[in-house]
Design a protein around this ligand. Structure first.
Ligand code: FE
Length: 336
Protein backbone atom coordinates (compact mmCIF):
# COMPACT_ATOMS: atom_id res chain seq x y z
CA UNK A 1 0.00 0.00 0.00
CA UNK A 2 2.78 2.31 0.93
CA UNK A 3 4.43 1.59 -2.42
CA UNK A 4 1.20 2.36 -4.30
CA UNK A 5 0.79 5.65 -2.47
CA UNK A 6 4.38 6.56 -3.11
CA UNK A 7 4.12 5.82 -6.84
CA UNK A 8 0.84 7.76 -6.96
CA UNK A 9 2.58 10.69 -5.31
CA UNK A 10 5.43 10.46 -7.79
CA UNK A 11 3.11 10.42 -10.78
CA UNK A 12 1.06 13.31 -9.35
CA UNK A 13 4.26 15.26 -8.86
CA UNK A 14 5.37 14.50 -12.41
CA UNK A 15 1.99 15.61 -13.76
CA UNK A 16 2.15 18.78 -11.71
CA UNK A 17 5.64 19.54 -13.04
CA UNK A 18 4.49 19.10 -16.64
CA UNK A 19 1.49 21.36 -16.02
CA UNK A 20 3.67 24.02 -14.42
CA UNK A 21 6.47 23.98 -16.96
CA UNK A 22 5.86 26.76 -19.46
CA UNK A 23 4.44 25.95 -22.89
CA UNK A 24 7.16 25.81 -25.59
CA UNK A 25 8.18 29.40 -26.25
CA UNK A 26 8.08 31.09 -29.61
CA UNK A 27 11.64 31.41 -30.93
CA UNK A 28 13.05 34.85 -30.18
CA UNK A 29 16.18 36.95 -30.13
CA UNK A 30 16.85 39.77 -27.67
CA UNK A 31 18.80 42.81 -28.89
CA UNK A 32 20.23 45.83 -27.11
CA UNK A 33 20.63 48.59 -29.69
CA UNK A 34 21.74 52.19 -29.79
CA UNK A 35 20.22 52.51 -33.24
CA UNK A 36 17.03 54.50 -32.91
CA UNK A 37 13.74 52.63 -33.00
CA UNK A 38 12.64 53.98 -36.40
CA UNK A 39 15.98 52.96 -37.99
CA UNK A 40 16.01 49.39 -36.74
CA UNK A 41 12.36 48.36 -36.45
CA UNK A 42 11.72 47.90 -40.21
CA UNK A 43 14.55 45.36 -40.41
CA UNK A 44 13.42 43.36 -37.38
CA UNK A 45 9.81 43.37 -38.63
CA UNK A 46 11.04 42.00 -41.93
CA UNK A 47 12.95 39.23 -40.16
CA UNK A 48 9.93 38.20 -38.08
CA UNK A 49 7.78 38.14 -41.21
CA UNK A 50 10.30 35.95 -43.05
CA UNK A 51 11.17 33.54 -40.25
CA UNK A 52 8.53 33.76 -37.52
CA UNK A 53 11.33 34.55 -35.05
CA UNK A 54 10.44 37.42 -32.73
CA UNK A 55 13.03 40.12 -32.11
CA UNK A 56 12.67 41.86 -28.76
CA UNK A 57 14.82 44.94 -28.47
CA UNK A 58 15.75 47.75 -26.11
CA UNK A 59 17.16 51.05 -27.36
CA UNK A 60 19.48 53.32 -25.36
CA UNK A 61 22.78 55.20 -25.70
CA UNK A 62 25.90 53.18 -26.53
CA UNK A 63 27.52 53.84 -23.16
CA UNK A 64 24.38 52.98 -21.20
CA UNK A 65 23.91 49.69 -23.05
CA UNK A 66 27.54 48.65 -22.58
CA UNK A 67 27.37 49.49 -18.84
CA UNK A 68 24.11 47.58 -18.51
CA UNK A 69 25.43 44.50 -20.29
CA UNK A 70 28.52 44.49 -18.07
CA UNK A 71 26.42 44.88 -14.91
CA UNK A 72 23.98 42.13 -15.88
CA UNK A 73 26.77 39.65 -16.62
CA UNK A 74 25.53 36.09 -17.06
CA UNK A 75 21.98 37.16 -16.09
CA UNK A 76 21.62 39.40 -19.12
CA UNK A 77 18.66 38.59 -21.38
CA UNK A 78 20.51 40.16 -24.35
CA UNK A 79 21.78 38.03 -27.23
CA UNK A 80 23.10 40.81 -29.42
CA UNK A 81 24.48 44.32 -29.00
CA UNK A 82 24.21 46.79 -31.85
CA UNK A 83 26.08 50.10 -31.53
CA UNK A 84 27.36 52.86 -33.75
CA UNK A 85 31.09 53.55 -34.10
CA UNK A 86 33.84 50.94 -34.04
CA UNK A 87 35.22 52.70 -30.95
CA UNK A 88 32.17 51.55 -28.96
CA UNK A 89 32.30 48.00 -30.35
CA UNK A 90 36.00 47.81 -29.50
CA UNK A 91 35.26 48.93 -25.91
CA UNK A 92 32.56 46.28 -25.51
CA UNK A 93 34.93 43.62 -26.85
CA UNK A 94 37.72 44.77 -24.51
CA UNK A 95 35.33 44.38 -21.56
CA UNK A 96 34.69 40.78 -22.59
CA UNK A 97 31.03 41.39 -23.38
CA UNK A 98 31.12 39.55 -26.74
CA UNK A 99 31.91 36.01 -27.83
CA UNK A 100 33.51 35.26 -31.19
CA UNK A 101 31.33 34.08 -34.06
CA UNK A 102 32.92 32.10 -36.84
CA UNK A 103 30.55 32.34 -39.75
CA UNK A 104 31.29 31.88 -43.43
CA UNK A 105 28.33 34.09 -44.27
CA UNK A 106 29.65 36.99 -42.19
CA UNK A 107 33.22 36.52 -43.43
CA UNK A 108 31.98 36.64 -47.01
CA UNK A 109 29.60 39.60 -46.58
CA UNK A 110 31.59 41.90 -44.28
CA UNK A 111 34.97 43.18 -45.57
CA UNK A 112 37.90 42.28 -43.30
CA UNK A 113 38.69 45.91 -42.37
CA UNK A 114 35.09 46.42 -41.18
CA UNK A 115 35.03 43.60 -38.63
CA UNK A 116 37.03 42.52 -35.59
CA UNK A 117 40.05 40.35 -36.41
CA UNK A 118 38.89 37.99 -33.63
CA UNK A 119 35.30 37.90 -34.97
CA UNK A 120 33.77 39.49 -31.88
CA UNK A 121 31.95 42.19 -33.84
CA UNK A 122 30.96 42.87 -37.44
CA UNK A 123 30.05 46.03 -39.33
CA UNK A 124 26.46 46.41 -40.49
CA UNK A 125 26.46 49.80 -42.19
CA UNK A 126 29.24 52.16 -43.24
CA UNK A 127 29.22 55.87 -42.47
CA UNK A 128 31.55 58.31 -44.15
CA UNK A 129 32.89 61.37 -42.28
CA UNK A 130 34.01 63.90 -44.84
CA UNK A 131 34.09 67.60 -45.74
CA UNK A 132 31.03 69.79 -46.22
CA UNK A 133 31.44 73.32 -47.59
CA UNK A 134 29.49 76.46 -48.40
CA UNK A 135 29.07 76.47 -52.19
CA UNK A 136 28.95 80.28 -52.31
CA UNK A 137 32.22 80.76 -50.45
CA UNK A 138 34.39 77.80 -51.42
CA UNK A 139 35.29 76.25 -54.78
CA UNK A 140 35.74 72.49 -54.54
CA UNK A 141 39.22 72.86 -56.10
CA UNK A 142 40.33 74.55 -52.88
CA UNK A 143 39.59 71.40 -50.90
CA UNK A 144 41.67 68.25 -50.69
CA UNK A 145 42.29 66.52 -47.36
CA UNK A 146 41.49 66.58 -43.63
CA UNK A 147 45.15 67.41 -43.09
CA UNK A 148 44.97 70.45 -45.41
CA UNK A 149 42.28 72.03 -43.21
CA UNK A 150 45.18 72.81 -40.85
CA UNK A 151 46.75 75.14 -43.47
CA UNK A 152 46.69 78.92 -42.89
CA UNK A 153 44.35 79.49 -45.87
CA UNK A 154 41.49 78.19 -43.66
CA UNK A 155 42.16 80.56 -40.77
CA UNK A 156 38.82 81.64 -39.28
CA UNK A 157 36.93 79.50 -41.81
CA UNK A 158 36.69 76.06 -40.18
CA UNK A 159 33.86 74.66 -38.04
CA UNK A 160 34.24 71.48 -35.99
CA UNK A 161 32.02 69.39 -33.76
CA UNK A 162 33.15 68.83 -30.18
CA UNK A 163 36.08 66.47 -29.54
CA UNK A 164 33.87 64.75 -26.93
CA UNK A 165 32.00 63.02 -29.73
CA UNK A 166 33.34 59.55 -30.48
CA UNK A 167 33.16 60.27 -34.25
CA UNK A 168 35.95 62.83 -33.97
CA UNK A 169 37.94 60.67 -31.58
CA UNK A 170 37.82 57.93 -34.23
CA UNK A 171 38.92 60.32 -36.97
CA UNK A 172 41.88 61.53 -34.91
CA UNK A 173 42.72 57.91 -34.00
CA UNK A 174 43.17 57.16 -37.70
CA UNK A 175 45.32 60.30 -38.15
CA UNK A 176 47.60 58.98 -35.38
CA UNK A 177 47.73 55.55 -37.03
CA UNK A 178 48.70 57.10 -40.39
CA UNK A 179 51.00 59.93 -39.38
CA UNK A 180 52.26 59.12 -35.90
CA UNK A 181 51.37 61.07 -32.81
CA UNK A 182 53.58 64.11 -33.35
CA UNK A 183 52.36 64.90 -36.83
CA UNK A 184 48.75 64.14 -35.94
CA UNK A 185 48.99 66.63 -33.10
CA UNK A 186 50.30 69.31 -35.45
CA UNK A 187 47.32 68.73 -37.75
CA UNK A 188 44.83 68.98 -34.89
CA UNK A 189 46.57 72.12 -33.56
CA UNK A 190 46.23 73.61 -37.05
CA UNK A 191 42.50 72.86 -37.05
CA UNK A 192 42.07 74.52 -33.67
CA UNK A 193 43.92 77.61 -34.90
CA UNK A 194 41.62 77.80 -37.91
CA UNK A 195 38.34 77.56 -36.01
CA UNK A 196 35.83 80.30 -36.86
CA UNK A 197 33.91 79.78 -33.64
CA UNK A 198 33.42 77.43 -30.67
CA UNK A 199 32.99 73.74 -31.38
CA UNK A 200 29.44 72.50 -32.05
CA UNK A 201 27.48 69.90 -30.11
CA UNK A 202 26.27 68.17 -33.29
CA UNK A 203 26.90 67.89 -37.03
CA UNK A 204 23.59 69.49 -38.04
CA UNK A 205 24.18 72.73 -36.08
CA UNK A 206 27.67 72.81 -37.59
CA UNK A 207 26.30 72.61 -41.15
CA UNK A 208 23.71 75.27 -40.41
CA UNK A 209 26.59 77.54 -39.37
CA UNK A 210 28.36 76.78 -42.65
CA UNK A 211 25.18 77.50 -44.61
CA UNK A 212 24.75 80.79 -42.71
CA UNK A 213 28.30 81.85 -43.61
CA UNK A 214 29.62 81.69 -40.05
CA UNK A 215 32.32 79.42 -41.42
CA UNK A 216 33.12 77.89 -44.80
CA UNK A 217 33.96 74.24 -44.29
CA UNK A 218 33.57 71.49 -41.72
CA UNK A 219 33.79 67.73 -41.15
CA UNK A 220 30.55 65.74 -40.83
CA UNK A 221 28.95 62.32 -41.30
CA UNK A 222 27.24 62.36 -44.68
CA UNK A 223 23.85 61.08 -43.43
CA UNK A 224 23.43 64.31 -41.44
CA UNK A 225 23.86 66.27 -44.66
CA UNK A 226 21.32 63.96 -46.32
CA UNK A 227 18.76 64.63 -43.60
CA UNK A 228 19.35 68.40 -43.59
CA UNK A 229 19.19 68.71 -47.38
CA UNK A 230 15.99 66.65 -47.46
CA UNK A 231 14.46 69.18 -45.04
CA UNK A 232 16.01 72.30 -46.56
CA UNK A 233 17.05 71.62 -50.16
CA UNK A 234 18.06 75.24 -50.84
CA UNK A 235 20.91 75.43 -48.33
CA UNK A 236 24.22 76.28 -50.10
CA UNK A 237 25.95 73.11 -48.91
CA UNK A 238 27.84 70.42 -50.77
CA UNK A 239 29.87 67.41 -49.87
CA UNK A 240 33.51 66.88 -50.80
CA UNK A 241 35.15 63.45 -50.70
CA UNK A 242 38.34 63.99 -48.71
CA UNK A 243 41.71 62.32 -49.22
CA UNK A 244 40.95 60.77 -52.60
CA UNK A 245 44.24 59.52 -53.95
CA UNK A 246 45.78 59.49 -50.46
CA UNK A 247 44.34 57.62 -47.46
CA UNK A 248 40.69 57.76 -48.55
CA UNK A 249 37.60 59.09 -46.79
CA UNK A 250 37.42 58.37 -43.06
CA UNK A 251 34.84 55.65 -42.63
CA UNK A 252 33.29 54.07 -39.60
CA UNK A 253 30.58 51.51 -38.99
CA UNK A 254 27.53 50.65 -37.02
CA UNK A 255 27.97 47.05 -35.98
CA UNK A 256 26.84 44.02 -34.07
CA UNK A 257 28.26 41.42 -31.69
CA UNK A 258 26.99 38.25 -30.01
CA UNK A 259 26.95 38.73 -26.23
CA UNK A 260 29.12 36.46 -24.10
CA UNK A 261 26.12 34.93 -22.29
CA UNK A 262 23.58 35.02 -25.14
CA UNK A 263 20.63 32.81 -24.10
CA UNK A 264 19.60 32.22 -27.73
CA UNK A 265 22.95 32.16 -29.47
CA UNK A 266 21.99 30.00 -32.47
CA UNK A 267 18.96 32.13 -33.31
CA UNK A 268 21.05 35.25 -32.73
CA UNK A 269 23.79 34.16 -35.15
CA UNK A 270 21.14 33.44 -37.77
CA UNK A 271 19.81 37.00 -37.35
CA UNK A 272 23.35 38.45 -37.58
CA UNK A 273 23.99 36.52 -40.78
CA UNK A 274 20.67 37.48 -42.30
CA UNK A 275 21.32 41.17 -41.58
CA UNK A 276 24.44 40.99 -43.77
CA UNK A 277 22.44 39.85 -46.82
CA UNK A 278 20.98 41.95 -49.58
CA UNK A 279 17.48 43.09 -48.59
CA UNK A 280 18.17 43.90 -44.92
CA UNK A 281 21.43 45.58 -45.96
CA UNK A 282 19.51 47.86 -48.29
CA UNK A 283 16.83 48.62 -45.70
CA UNK A 284 19.39 49.23 -42.93
CA UNK A 285 21.46 51.63 -45.04
CA UNK A 286 18.45 53.40 -46.52
CA UNK A 287 16.83 54.17 -43.16
CA UNK A 288 19.79 56.31 -42.11
CA UNK A 289 21.18 57.34 -45.52
CA UNK A 290 24.28 55.22 -44.87
CA UNK A 291 26.15 52.66 -46.98
CA UNK A 292 25.65 48.90 -46.90
CA UNK A 293 28.65 47.12 -45.36
CA UNK A 294 28.22 44.29 -47.88
CA UNK A 295 30.09 45.47 -51.00
CA UNK A 296 27.77 43.46 -53.25
CA UNK A 297 24.85 45.68 -52.24
CA UNK A 298 24.61 49.16 -53.76
CA UNK A 299 23.44 52.22 -51.85
CA UNK A 300 20.14 53.72 -52.94
CA UNK A 301 18.28 57.00 -53.20
CA UNK A 302 19.83 60.33 -52.31
CA UNK A 303 23.13 58.71 -51.33
CA UNK A 304 23.87 57.52 -54.88
CA UNK A 305 23.86 61.17 -56.00
CA UNK A 306 26.99 61.79 -53.94
CA UNK A 307 28.93 59.46 -56.21
CA UNK A 308 31.51 56.85 -55.39
CA UNK A 309 34.49 57.44 -53.16
CA UNK A 310 37.64 55.73 -52.07
CA UNK A 311 37.31 54.86 -48.38
CA UNK A 312 40.13 54.44 -45.89
CA UNK A 313 41.08 50.75 -45.80
CA UNK A 314 42.53 50.78 -42.27
CA UNK A 315 40.81 48.35 -39.94
CA UNK A 316 38.15 50.37 -38.11
CA UNK A 317 39.25 48.83 -34.81
CA UNK A 318 41.96 51.56 -34.77
CA UNK A 319 39.11 53.80 -33.57
CA UNK A 320 39.11 51.79 -30.35
CA UNK A 321 42.75 50.87 -29.91
CA UNK A 322 43.87 54.50 -30.28
CA UNK A 323 40.89 56.20 -28.68
CA UNK A 324 42.57 57.07 -25.38
CA UNK A 325 45.58 58.42 -27.26
CA UNK A 326 43.30 60.48 -29.50
CA UNK A 327 41.38 61.98 -26.58
CA UNK A 328 44.63 63.01 -24.84
CA UNK A 329 46.05 64.43 -28.04
CA UNK A 330 42.98 66.55 -28.73
CA UNK A 331 43.10 67.84 -25.15
CA UNK A 332 46.78 68.83 -25.51
CA UNK A 333 46.02 70.54 -28.82
CA UNK A 334 43.29 72.65 -27.21
CA UNK A 335 40.47 70.97 -29.19
CA UNK A 336 37.49 71.17 -26.83
FE1 FE B 1 25.24 59.95 -35.79
Amino acid sequence: MRIVIRSLAVSLLAGWLVACSEPPKEPEVVVYTSRKDHLIRPVFDLYTKETGVKVRYTTDDDGALITRLAAEGSNSPADLLITVDAGNLWQAAEQGLFQPVSSEVLSANVPANLRDSENRWFGQTVRARTLVYNTQRVAPEELSTYEALAEPQWKGRLCLRTSKKVYNQSLVATLIERHGEEQAEQIVRGWVENLATDVFSNDTALMEAIAAGQCDVGIVNTYYLGRLITDKPDLPLALFWANQGTSGVHINISGIGLTRHAPHSEEAIRLMEWMSTELPQRVLAEQNLEYPVNPAVSPTGLVTGWGEFQGDDLNVSVAGSRQVQAVKLMDRAGYR
